[in-house]
Design a protein around this ligand. Sequence first.
Ligand code: ADP
Ligand code: SF4
Length: 689
Amino acid sequence: MRDPRYDILFQPMPVGPLVAKNRFYQVPHCNGGGYRDPSAAAAMRGVKAEGGWGVIFTEQCEMHHTSEITPFIELRLWEDKDIPQLRKMSEAMKTHGALAGIQLAYSGINGPNLFTREVPMAVSAMPIRTFTNDPVQARALDKSDIHDLRRWFVNAAKRSKVAGFDLICLYGAHGFGIFQHFLSRATNQRTDEYGGSLENRARFVNEVIADMRDAVGDSMAITLRVSLDETIGDLGFSNAEVREFVEMNRNLPDLWDLAQGTWEDCSGPSRFKEEAAQEQLVRGIRELTDKPVVGVGRFTSPDVMARMVKSGTLDFIGCARPSIADPFLPKKIEEGRVEDIRECIGCNICITGDMTMSLSRCTQNPTFMEEWRKGWHPEKMNAKGDSGNVLVVGAGPAGLEAARALAVRGYDVALAEAGTVLGGRVARERLLPGLSAWGRVADYREYQISQKPNVEVYFDSALDAGGILEFGFEHICIATGATWRRDGVSRQHVVPFAIDPAMPLYTPDDIMEGRKPSGKVVIYDDDHYYMGGVLAELLAAEGCDVTIITPSAYLSDWTVNTLEQHAIHRKLAGMGVEIVLNRGVVAVADGHVVSNCTYTDTTRDIGCDAVVIVASRIENNALYMDLKARQADWADAGIRTVKIIGDANAPGPIAWATYAGHRYARELDGDDLGDALPFRREITELALE
Ligand code: ADP
Ligand code: SF4
């Protein structure tokens, strides 16, 4: 049963007129589905209720049509019509005694209103600030607009109550909510009673909370989410001013929800931010107020959580990503199963779902956002089918997840790995600068597999088709990974280009295997995710003079979606790495590369002693092809199916591989769906006319 050290995390705590059953607080987080996929989002929250969270929030919910953040997909509460889908979510949240919260957002300076075409209104007239630099400006709210806005908040509060929520969070953090825009001198340049002194800047939030209390305060709790520091220096809402604000307004909300900086600051990846990174910024704030305080910090360790509460730093442990990676985190602590926690690795793949308006995935939890679409549960597998055993070849993220999930279903699993460790690419990438937490992908699965009597692991077992045909397994799952290409084929070059063999040439695999360049090194990055930047960091730290060349306008371009592109560029620039943007490489010669401008194609030589090519990866599918070629022998060998999954099938991020492994395990012995869609979805109901 539960370790008494963690008892404190299970003490109930009042919030306004309500009581939370424990200290586990799922702070608002996006999921890429929002109003487009309401049942998928509701079911995802429902699984967290089952997993034991005491408080569960929605993502941000646009509370009025005059402020919306298209193209990003969150929730909407613009009229009564929006209530049923929100009620479905609140009901799912409340199934196991959790409090259901809704986060109301009026985006002001962040809402370009591309869909509603309303003129954006903000605290002061300024260009809209979003990820997309829309060429749109906001006009300043006048007194009658402020009056209207107060009324709209009350309307939204009443609708939230009808929709079944217990808590309302007013969004004023990450630079995103109007409350922060009023509080910060950077975005509040008013000269009336709403601008100037801190008291004046705090007037609007005081008015809104008072209005809402009158309307719904008897039954609902009102929380305020602010950043601990706007992180733009003295002009912004600094940590010192946040403390002053809390002290001046001790009992303003029923709970203080303390986020940090911009979204990039708050949700920093593990590459740049440790667990509990905000501890210093948050410490002491609780003494300035009589109300409970929640804070975040990618908490996955129950010891750190208990320390936060025991030390009086926080009353509630706020989690977004850790609750995505393991919706059952509270339950596992409660049941004394701490070693079963599937820890978030801090890769921010979940955030890419929101940034790309698709549907969020999680590297560690392949069932995230498939709870309703596919009926996948993070802790339960479907019953075993009619066959008995499976050989999984390759113990990378795909093979490990397949083996783990198949074992839970009850199959006898043999996991054959050519090397001597589990983890595949993760076993190597976890040793790269900043990526050690990614090792949790392997650690979690290695431990789970070790607890299963029906999984046998075989190391030093590089299998070939002949061997596999002799073993007599019913199902063969090929998860043999991928290899970085040496010929530069990726996006700029769709066929191999001129490479002089006199130039020492390295791929990411070479470097991870310990073969390293020295001297002046050019990294040619036509991959655009993290690998090029990570290798630049590694080689610069080891004393190389590094130049990184990319055809993109941004270094590690796709990491905009993982909220770390700025941090990567800042770090490499700070280390003295020369960053060459908008240029490709058209030839590797003896002593230099020939680099071309992406726009004009003019070339220049860049001298170097070695070149690292970060291009695309090629599938290790030879074993699969050999087996396919011998399909006529399968029946005699007792083989029913041979499938290829993960990077061996088509290389992608680690999350794609764990998903492929999980899907394989779910679908084994399943019905053939034929041409039917393999998931459920909701589509807009047509109006009658
Ligand atoms: P994925 O991301 O799809 O899981 P990885 O590249 O991380 O792929 O892992 C593939 C794993 O498969 C590696 O650990 C590799 O050693 C192993 N492997 C590759 N070929 C074979 C083989 N023929 N037999 C056994 N293991 C193999
Ligand atoms: Fe954590 Fe990565 Fe999962 Fe997001 S995708 S919850 S950062 S493991």
